[in-house]
Design a protein around this ligand. Structure first.
Ligand code: AVJ
Length: 316
């Protein structure tokens, strides 16, 4: 078994700085990557099991249904790189079809990533697995030294790309392109624009899992940054904004209140929002235009029940 774990603490230890800056901004905002502590990961899995939230199940069945065709279109691959790999469940599906020599998985949450990646290495003798704990938004270049030469595929499933503003998508995809190198490829999954009422329901599930996921961010800050958020005084509020083509998720203050976070005070007016997530939805051609502006050429498009997977090659 070939397995290596590398922690880049400097690249993900700035929770405090980033959260305090976000709370001082107008409107107040905290980046969605902070949802995913242990409880947040469990709540996200619970969201994926809700009848209203079909995104993960749809991607999973799209991939299963088109796997041979996708593998064929991707062609020969020496190394798969997955930023934000989490529990590595999605990339396992690809390994059996593409048979790469190495796998590089990256995630901000180091401990669960290391465990998941080590299990992948155990199940695939002969595959060299590297797990990198880092915030790939800040330190992706450090991943380059773990990449063997040969044909690389960047895999970015799950509509994680939806969390970024279009300008940031362009910048991130350009960095993926640098990482993939010449002959590099990108296989990316994203959620499509659809009936706004379906989108609304997906982020307002009847069982309250999305609300619990959103509010768990405050529980995390209470624990890790010695904050004193009163969860009963914030409302989960999510809606689809069709002009911008995104679901916005907020925590709206139900009272005028002052919250202490890491020794600092922040005032919330009644009705003031703490913005926690964007989840952009695209049409296939819209996303392809964005990726093409970042130096990628769209090779294939698959879609199934409102979800799309596209394959790109690097423009020469
Ligand atoms: C994991 C980013 C795809 O935006 O739909 C689920 C996260 N937020 N419910 C999404 C999420 C609220 C999810 N992604």
């Amino acid at each position: 078994m070939a397995f290596a774990f590398q922690d880049y603490p400097a690249a993900h230890d700035d929770v405090r700085g980033e959260v305090l800056a976000g709370l001082a901004a107008h409107p107040k905002a905290i980046p969605p990557k902070y949802f995913y502590d242990a409880a947040g990961c469990r709540l996200f899995d619970a969201i994926c099991a809700q009848p209203e939230y079909t995104l993960c199940r749809t991607e999973q069945s799209l991939m299963a249904a088109h796997l041979p065709e996708i593998a064929d279109a991707v062609g020969e691959v020496d190394c798969i790189i997955e930023p934000g790999a989490g529990d590595c469940v999605k990339v396992r599906q690809l390994l059996g079809a593409l048979h790469p020599k190495s796998l590089v998985v990256i995630d901000i949450a180091g401990a669960p990533l290391a465990a998941a990646a080590e299990a992948v290495a155990r199940d695939h003798p002969g595959l060299a697995v590297s797990a990198l704990s880092m915030d790939f938004l800040r330190d992706l270049e450090a991943a380059a030294r773990w990449l063997p030469s040969g044909r690389r595929l960047v895999y970015y499933p799950g509509s994680s790309i939806g969390n970024f503003e279009p300008e940031a998508v362009k910048a991130l995809l350009a960095r993926f392109r640098d990482l993939a190198g010449r002959q590099g490829r990108l296989l990316i999954g994203f959620d499509l624009k659809k009936d706004p009422l379906r989108l609304h329901a997906a982020y307002n599930d009847a069982a309250g899992m999305t609300a619990a996921f959103n509010l768990n961010l405050l529980t995390r800050l209470n624990r890790e940054l010695d904050a004193d958020f009163d969860l009963a005084r914030f409302r989960h509020y999510a809606f689809y904004q069709p002009v911008r083509g995104r679901v916005e998720m907020h925590l709206v203050s139900l009272a005028e209140q002052t919250v202490r976070v890491a020794g600092e005070s922040f005032r919330f007016a009644l009705g003031e929002t703490l913005h926690t997530e964007h989840s952009y939805k695209y049409r296939g051609d819209e996303f392809a235009a964005l990726a093409e502006s970042a130096g990628w050429q769209c090779a294939r498009h698959w879609e199934h029940e409102g979800f799309a997977v596209q394959l790109y090659g690097a423009c020469e």
